[in-house]
Ligand binder design. Sequence first.
Ligand SMILES: [Zn+2]
Ligand SMILES: [Zn+2]
Length: 386
Amino acid sequence: MDEQVNLSKERNMEQSDIGAHDVLGKKLATHRCSIHPSIDLSIFCRKCNKLICPVCLTQEHQQHTMCDIETIHHEKLGILTNKNHIITNEFMPFFSEENSKLDKILVTHQKHCEKMKLNIMEQDRKLKEEITKQTNTLLQTFENALHSTEEDVNNRKSKLENKLSVLKNNHETIDQVQKSDDIRKICKTADDMLDYVNNENISSAPLPRNNEKYKEGDINTEIISTLIGLLQPITLPDTAEVQFKVLKSFVTDLNAIGKVTSGEKTRIKNSTSSVLREIDLNDELLVLGETNNIKVRDMTVNNSGDLFLAIDNKPKIKMVKNGEKEINDFHQFPIPWIDKPQVPVALHCYRNDQIIAGTVEKGTSMDTVPDNVKRQIVCLSEDTTT
Ligand SMILES: [Zn+2]
Ligand SMILES: [Zn+2]
């Protein structure tokens, strides 16, 4: 809030004159003092920020800074004009934009869900097509099996028919020859039949029994889901402006005491007693300088010797320029209108022109950071100071 007030003051300076003149000179209604009811409130006490009467002035407001009603009227009108300007030109566009971001992300979700549903239906179509194809292959297997068995059986039967025909001929031949009076023919036929019977094999040929068996598939098995597809959580791309790229979430654990060395300077900090101390490592840790009442969460130094400080639970990074004592603001983290702001908990200087800050949600206890707390790695170029 302090930041807001400071900003507002600056705006007041610029615009305090706007819109005030045309109302000046207007006659204002008078009010009586609540402590001295017979006297009008005619003076403004700047220190107490209230209207007082001349008698009040002689009592508790003697050392205070005063101004007359017209001046404060002018000033307050200026503030109203300025605030109205901010409300109209900054706040309203901002919250309208937030509103439209919500509309956009909703549309993104709608489109995403429709696309996913189409993909699932397409997979359903492909699956059914594939199932039908495989079913037909299974059915065809039995068509083929029966067909080849039929061929085999028919082939065997035609051979058997030949044999039966030969048998019948031989049987008839024997019948005729038995009644014959031709001894040569009887001898010849007897020899032939002897050969025939000796050479004929009547052991059974194995029957064609090979085929396939269909075993029902288990449609309750988990494996079917790999055919259908699985669901995995995703984060849709932010339709709103992205200020920082989240490279990785992380949890940091910091000791109360940290050390930074840069060339000749070494600093230690102690969060519990709120001390930042510059020491000389070569002189038994001689204290060269000390800043109190500063809860430093983490710190880092660039090659130029500038010190960057992450202050405990504050959404900003402060900086001490090399050779200077003064601690100035370096970077202010945005304060979102719904979530808590990110506060830096770890700093690292990278390639001397970037400060990498690990941040967590403001107010997070670092002893046990819950999983649902937002964390970020923020990369800051030093140009952001301008
Ligand atoms: Zn009074
Ligand atoms: Zn006063």
